[in-house]
Ligand binder design. Structure first.
Ligand code: SF4
Ligand code: SF4
Length: 115
């Protein structure tokens, strides 16, 4: 089973994956194959100064429209979203291989859409 792993601690919220996917799927206004969500910014009460004081998280969410770029990957190409990620924080492959990258040092999200 194939999937997309996102190391979202490194996502900059640039929207490139979103735009690249919309172009690939030729979706109308308001529909997305992958959609960026934003949490924050806000400061956690009671936490001292430092990087964990603040929450400001970007995470692209893969939607039901995603076909894992079947036509591209069968030609040996990467999915459009992965290829256009400016931060190189998206990875495509077998789910069982992707989970091996989850090492607990940063935050990951794994999407395994229906195929
Ligand atoms: S794999 Fe393809 S269809 Fe799925 S979110 Fe990425 S660009 Fe869109
Ligand atoms: S292209 Fe990469 S860095 Fe930009 S919003 Fe998508 S996942 Fe984040």
């Amino acid at each position: 089973m194939k999937g997309i792993l996102i190391n979202y601690d490194y996502c900059t919220g640039c929207h490139s994956c979103e735009v690249a996917c919309k172009k690939h799927l030729d979706l109308p206004k308001g529909e997305f194959g992958i959609k960026l969500s934003e949490t924050g910014p806000y400061a956690y009460e009671g936490k001292p100064k430092g990087p964990d004081k603040w929450e400001w998280t970007w995470l692209p969410v893969v939607t039901k429209a995603c076909d894992l770029c079947a036509d591209r990957v069968e030609k040996g190409k990467m999915p459009m979203c992965v290829q256009h990620c400016q931060a190189w924080c998206m990875h495509y492959g077998e789910v069982e291989d992707l989970v091996k990258q989850i090492d607990g040092t940063t935050r990951f999200a794994l999407f395994a859409p229906k195929q």
